[in-house]
Structures are given as C-alpha cells and as structure tokens.
Design a protein around this ligand. Sequence first.
Ligand code: GLC
Length: 540
Amino acid sequence: MYCLDIDTFADSNGDGVGDIQGLIGRLDYLARLGVTCLWLHPIHPSPNDDDGYDVTDFYNVDPRFGTLGDFAELLHQAGNRGIRVIIDLVVNHTSDQHPWFQSARSSPDSPYRDWYVWSDREPADRHQGMVFPGEQHETWTYDRTAKAWYYHRFYRFQPDLDTTNPEVRDEIKKIMSFWLQLGVAGFRMDAVPFIIERTEPGDPNPDLDFEFLTELRQHVQWRRGDAILLAEANVEPDQLPAFFGDSGGSANRVHMLFDFMLNGRLMLALARQDPEPVIEALRDTPALPEGGQWATFLRNHDEIDLSRLTAEQRNQVYEHFGPEEDMRIYDRGIRRRLAPMLNNDRRRIELAYSLQFSLRGTPVLRYGEEIGMGEDLSLPGREAIRTPMQWSYEGNAGFSRAEPEKLVRPVIDKGDFGYDKVNVTLQRRDRNSLLAWFERMIRTLREAPEIGFGSTTHIDVPMPPGVLAHRADGPTGTMVFLHNLGAVDAEVDLSLLQPEAELPIDVLADRNYADIGKLDKLNVAGYGYRWIRLRRAWSS
Ligand code: GLC
C-alpha cells in the first residue's frame, strides 16, 4: 500500500498544487513500483488548516485537485493497472467552516445543533485529552455565537461530530456509500477511538461504542463485499482486538489496523541496533481474528509517535533520531523522514525497510520514501515531512511548472536531500539505486505470500548481538529472515531448521552470500539482511 497527498505529488496544470490529473500521469510509476493499493489523504474541500483533515464537504473533491469527474477517471485508470484506491474518511469531526457547524452554532433550533457535542457550562475536563499538546490548549472551546461550549478532540477548528446521534450515523453511512458507489475500495478511517467515544462534558474517559463499528462494517460489506476498513487506532495492544471485533472467530468490525505498537518498537530497535524490541512486539501482538490484518509502517504523514515507549526508551530514540529540539514535536514524537534519521546510510535504510516488509501484515509505504527523501525542518510542525515529491532535477523537482513561490510547499533544494541529489529520474537510470532496490524488494514480497498470509515468529536460538532471525510459515511454504541491526558482520547457526529445509536459497539479500544451503554457518553482514526460502509447498 502506498500513501500520498494529492497536493504534493504531481501538479499537471502549473498552479503550484498537485492534482488528480497529475496523479493519473504517475500511475504507471506506481504500478512499476509494485503498488496494488493507493491510500489518498483527505481529498475533500477544506480550508486546509490541518492539511485536509478539516473537511467542509464530504461529497466533493477539493477544487484545487480537480473535479469528481477527474476522480472517477483516476479510479478507472488505477483499476486498469491493478491498483485499488482507498480514501481517508475523516468523520470524527468537521471543519468549523462546514455548513453543518455554521448552522449548528447559529441557533439552538438548528437541525444540525445536535450533530455536534455541546455543553452549556464550562466542562471540568476542558484542559484534558488534547491530541496536539503544545499546539492545542483545550478540548472544549466556548463559541460566542452558539453561547455554548463545543467539544474538539483535535484543533479548535475541528468540532467533533456527535456519533451517538442517529442522524449523524446515517450521514456517515451515506458518505461511505457515495464513495463506494463511485468505486473506492475502502477507507482509511481517521481517529477511530475518538469517533466511537460517547463524550459527556466533564468525563475525560468516556465509554467506547464499538457497536457503531459493527454497524459501519455491515453497511460497507452490503454495499461492496471486498471493500476494506483500515483504522487508525493508536491504543494499547490489549485494546486492539475490540476494534477488529469477533463474531465466531471472524473480524466483524474493521478489517485492518495500523500497527503503532510495532512502529515505536521498530524505531527503538533501529536506534539501539538491537532486535529485542521487535521480538517483544511480535510476542505482544494480539492474535488476529479470521479476516483481520495489520498494516505496518516505518513513516507516515504524522510524527513518529513514541508515546507508548517508556521515558528512557523514548530518550534513546530521541538521542539517535531526534537529537535537536526542533526535530521533536508534541512532547512525544519526531518530525523527520527515515533516510535522514539513518544518516542517509543506504545499508541501514534497506535494512529498516527489509525488516518492515518481512514482518507480518501489509506494508504501507509513504511517497518519497522509495527514493530516500528528507525533511525540511524550517517548515512548521508536521509540514516538515510533507514536501513535494522529487521527480527530477528540473525546476521545482519536476513537481510543478509554477513559480517557486506559488508552490503549495517549497521543494527541498539544499543539502544531501535536495532534489538535485534525490529524485526519481536519477534513480531510474541507476540499477543500483534505492528506487531500483524497492522495486526488486516489492516484487520479491509479492512472490512470497508466506509473509502476508502466514504467521510470523521469532526464531528463538542464540544469536550474535544485533541479529534477528524470524520465519514466516504459510500455505506456500516457509521463509526465514535474518536482519543484522548492528554494524558488525555476524555468523548465525540455524542448523535446527535443517530437517525442514529443501535447498534453502536467498531470494533477497544485501549482497551475494556464498554459503547457500549451509544452515549452520550463515553469514550476515553488518546492517545486512537475507530473505531465505527454506521450503516451498507445492500443494497446500
Ligand atoms: C489523524 C491524522 C492526522 C490528523 C488528525 C486529525 O491523527 O493522521 O494527520 O491531524 O487525525 O484529523
């Protein structure tokens, strides 16, 4: 799965903002990379105070991106290339500019008044539960026009919808139906734990209404049987199963969840050059119901959220990956891309992505990571990692023909990550580029259904420091993976696997290893990795 924001991907009409036609023009690039599902960040009209996560019309596309007609064309063109498209569904809140909120605040008699969450008095939990500490100071704000306090989990311009209201529930279903009818393959559901909160003034820990997720799942399934719900639910691991739901062993709420727990532990493991946190993450992963799946990621469009690590662990990650105050955000995270965090060390970038892609679940890759883009810390907040895609060494990185000052965000044009050094065209011409490597790895992954469909387990035998061995067992056979998170070359003894092995071979590795077939003496270079097919099942 590949995610991008239309506004920073490709600008076809030269107005400085990426658009749908620009994206259509790049679908072949995505197809060649091996993408089979595209997740688009919010596409709707928006004042863009939170990069589109503040919607003013759920039934349209942002006019800067094009029209609904363009969007239908995108779905058609993507489908032709075997790419499904899912869109962000941001229904925890609307923009305060949304006509529903404007009507709601204008009068207690407005038909939309009860679509939002109000309190006549100042709630005692006014200063609790902020998602953006430092940038957000309260979760209840007094609205003078409404003469009441409204609730907002996120920024004050994002009033929460009251999802206990049956009319709101129906409207959300209508929104989903609309986009499914147009041909989207599902939704990345934003902020799901907050959508299902039964908020009451003064209660900072409201109940969660999981039945609403069951309802949405049923609705989506009736409308399009193969559509998916991929939820953002950044909660403790023991709370995750309830989001999948369980009906006779099968998931009956969302199909997929982002694996935030794994994300934090991966960052810790990479910082310490020690696989232990990943081993813990594998051990602590709750069992999946039938039809449930994880979505794994190293970087997404937000900060790296380290809030589930201990203070000591968080400090270790900060020390390696966010040593300067300016690289950190919200008292819990890092606003950088992966390549710069790993000092642009090609070995470590490959290692990190090889590890992510070989673990259970569906890997999600963010635009620009496949060429090793960097961040621009001079931009505010999370914008640092939301700069335009670097296509070539033409002006504006080939992203747009507009005057540079008209660009939606400046392109990175300085230093090691400037577009003269990091761009698609350059890497296209180089068979050893990071882009070429990603293409090869993704192809290999697609030939290895053990990873996505099978079970992933840590191989618990004595290992040299820094080395992780894990295996994936699925209907098509068994694969074994070695990842050396440390800098020192290592030799690994996996002879215990000998009885299962049938001519083990590397299907992907950081280099050619001569020790093929000898499981008792497997070499793996410092920061090296090997994907070994141990056994292929010819029938299952
Ligand atoms: C989610 C999004 C984030 C957005 C927030 C509010 O956490 O990932 O980008 O700001 O929701 O919608």
